[in-house]
Design a protein around this ligand. Structure first.
Ligand code: SF4
Length: 335
């Protein structure tokens, strides 16, 4: 099957300006050469600590932010090259659900106008038909159709996130970016919203890019997972492979922070040194070298290439690159 979305070498740099003339003195390299695909009906999890560029990547794909360079083919057409009208049409197929449903829902609008707005904007329905469609959408996301006249503040966090999902679904999209969509919710509500997203995926053949900082959250919904660190993708694999045989030292550290699924099984916790460095001046060579427990000679000098360890399992680390890998690979077991 062909990918629904194919992202190639995506870069998004934000200029840092100084003085009255706004002279550019540097760039925040928020997303720096990221490539991946999303297949039809697939969920790809995108994880990493805050500031790793995952949210910027998601928003750039929908052109809520303009990319610095790269390509993003959605059903074969480069989204980054679409003109205004074409982009508007493409947006029907590409939607986003934000983290904080309250801030993304206008407090002075009723649920009918919030969800119906897009239906009218895209000339899909108005008047009675619009109301009917909004009611149907509320039912789809597990809410009462009578809620249509209410305001966002009358709902709980989980319900507001359901409203955010209804709004994203209104245009019958094929692809939805879930941007930390469940991160602000309690664990039990998180699970309900994830179940809902999975049911809707099946019913509407949706693909998701599921952005979260927590690996244990993406585990339950993702078919494949990409791990980002300081603007770059450091590992990508199927969900099972990533959890069973994580290869990149950063992924291993993230996983070691999650309690083992089997009760009573103790696992060594990999504690990372220091904080995430600034994306303005990322460390030389491998960006993770200042914190990596496996750092060795070439790491601070040479930037690692992405290596495919087995079909679909990509890792960006010198340990797996024949050119640099140390002869003694027992270093892995010590991690
Ligand atoms: Fe660690 Fe070196 Fe691999 Fe970077 S390239 S993750 S510093 S071992």
């Amino acid at each position: 099957a062909k990918p629904l979305l194919e992202v190639k070498n995506l870069k998004k740099y934000f200029p840092i300006t100084k003085g009255l003339l706004s002279r550019t003195v540097g760039h925040v390299k928020a997303v720096d050469d990221v490539s991946f695909t999303v297949m039809p009906n697939e969920t790809v999890g995108l994880v990493g600590e805050s500031g790793c560029g995952k949210t910027t990547a998601g928003r750039t794909l929908l052109r809520l932010l303009e990319p610095t360079s790269g390509e993003a083919f959605f059903e074969g057409r480069d989204v980054f090259k679409l003109e205004r009208e074409e982009l508007r049409a493409a947006r029907r197929n590409m939607q986003i659900i934000f983290q904080d449903p309250f801030s993304s829902l206008n407090p002075r609008m009723t649920i009918e106008s919030i969800i119906g707005e897009a239906l009218e904007f895209h000339k899909i329905a108005k008047g009675d038909r619009r109301r009917e469609m909004v009611e149907e959408l509320l039912v789809k996301v597990g809410l009462q159709p009578s809620y249509i006249t209410r305001y966002p503040h009358e709902f709980s966090g989980g319900q507001r996130q359901r409203l955010g999902i209804a709004r994203a679904l209104a245009l019958n999209p094929k692809f939805i970016v879930c941007d930390e969509a469940v991160s602000a919710l309690d664990v039990s509500v998180q699970a309900q919203v994830i179940n809902l997203l999975q049911d809707l995926q099946e019913e509407f053949n949706l693909s998701y890019l599921f952005i979260a900082h927590d690996l244990s959250v993406v585990k339950h919904i993702s078919d494949r997972i990409a791990v980002m660190y300081l603007g770059q993708m450091v590992e990508m694999a199927t969900c099972d492979n990533l959890f069973d045989t994580p290869r990149h030292p950063y992924t291993q550290a993230l996983l070691s922070a999650i309690p083992h699924p089997k009760p009573g099984v103790k696992q060594a916790r990999v504690v990372l040194k220091g904080d995430v460095p600034s994306p303005i001046n990322p460390p030389s060579g491998c960006r993770f070298h200042t914190r990596c427990p496996a750092c060795f000679a070439p790491c601070s000098k040479h930037e690692p290439k992405t290596v495919e360890l087995e079909p679909g399992h990509l890792v960006r680390c010198h340990l797996y690159d024949k050119e640099f890998a140390p002869a003694d690979l027992t270093v892995f077991e010590k991690l």
